[in-house]
Design a protein around this ligand. Structure first.
Ligand code: GLN
Length: 272
């Protein structure tokens, strides 16, 4: 099988075939694909490519097949133990960076860090900040700390549920989270990439608001005066989440639409 034959062999977008081919044959450069399409694949690369293509045709997400996904301009390793980074989450990161002075040693915690994209990006974009990250999944924390290590981010990782693993006296200036917010019976859970992602990272197995409720209820007691809480949520949960923030005593509560104009992130601050 030649490079060109491999790229045409399966009913996959050419970009996906090319990414799988480069993953199956790590020495292959982009220039070689363009310049030498008649080159024969070594046997090991051909069989690795065929196996990857079959898995892709069966629906497995590209990010899991190649083991990485770009977020905020950096490559993060991902595995089926963590959610695949979404572009919407860059909006949460941008808002977090806009809420506090990047030059000051703000204390920040990312609840439910998954692959670590939020915590690691904040630590790299605002090196003065002291970033902590929590996850209930030890497997996810291993992925996140691997990402922090390879990208050179200093993050204090803690294993447990939401606020539980944080030192009792720790107070933060910023709490950020992209928690599981899909409703238990949402049909999207049975579609596309979501079928392959960890269910516990997607849904609260309830009304979609139970994690957001717990995070909002616990946040005020963990924030310094004037500290911010920022959460990502579903496009139709803005009003409900603002209600949770107001019930928890937050001020300046607002939902910030994403680039598509959809409700995605709700913010609020404590008095101070
Ligand atoms: N914080 C991670 C992300 O934004 C994981 C989120 C999750 O697992 N719900 O992708």
């Amino acid at each position: 099988m030649t490079i060109e034959q491999a790229l045409r062999r399966h009913p996959l977008p050419r970009l996906e075939s090319r990414m799988l081919l480069m993953h199956a044959w790590p020495e292959l450069s982009h220039a070689a694909i363009i310049g030498y399409p008649e080159r024969e694949l070594p046997e090991a690369a051909a069989s690795a490519f065929e196996a990857l293509a079959a898995r892709r045709l069966a629906g497995e997400p590209m990010a899991y097949l190649i083991g990485e996904r770009e977020f905020f301009g950096r490559d993060f390793k991902v595995s089926p133990a963590v959610l695949i980074p979404r572009p919407e989450t860059e909006h949460l990161v941008e808002l977090a960076l806009s809420k506090a002075d990047k030059a000051l040693p703000m204390r920040v915690v990312d609840l439910g860090t998954g692959s670590g994209i939020i915590a690691v990006t904040l630590a790299l974009e605002a090196p003065a900040w002291q970033v902590c990250a929590v996850d209930v999944s030890a497997e996810a924390l291993a992925v996140a700390s691997g990402n922090a290590g390879s990208l050179g981010a200093e993050v204090d990782f803690r294993h447990g549920s939401w606020y539980a693993p944080l030192p009792e006296k720790a107070r933060f200036d910023l709490i950020v989270s992209n928690p599981p917010y899909i409703e238990r019976d949402d049909r999207h859970l049975a579609e596309g990439d979501l079928r392959f992602e960890p269910r516990g990272a997607l849904t609260d197995e309830d009304d979609g608001l139970s994690c957001l409720r717990e995070i909002a209820a616990g946040a005020a007691g963990r924030l310094n005066a004037g500290g911010w809480l920022l959460v990502e949520h579903g496009y139709d949960q803005g009003e409900a989440v603002r209600g949770l923030f107001l019930a928890a005593g937050f001020m300046d509560v607002a939902t910030e639409p994403d680039l598509a104009g959809l409700d995605r992130v709700t913010v609020g601050r404590t008095a101070g």
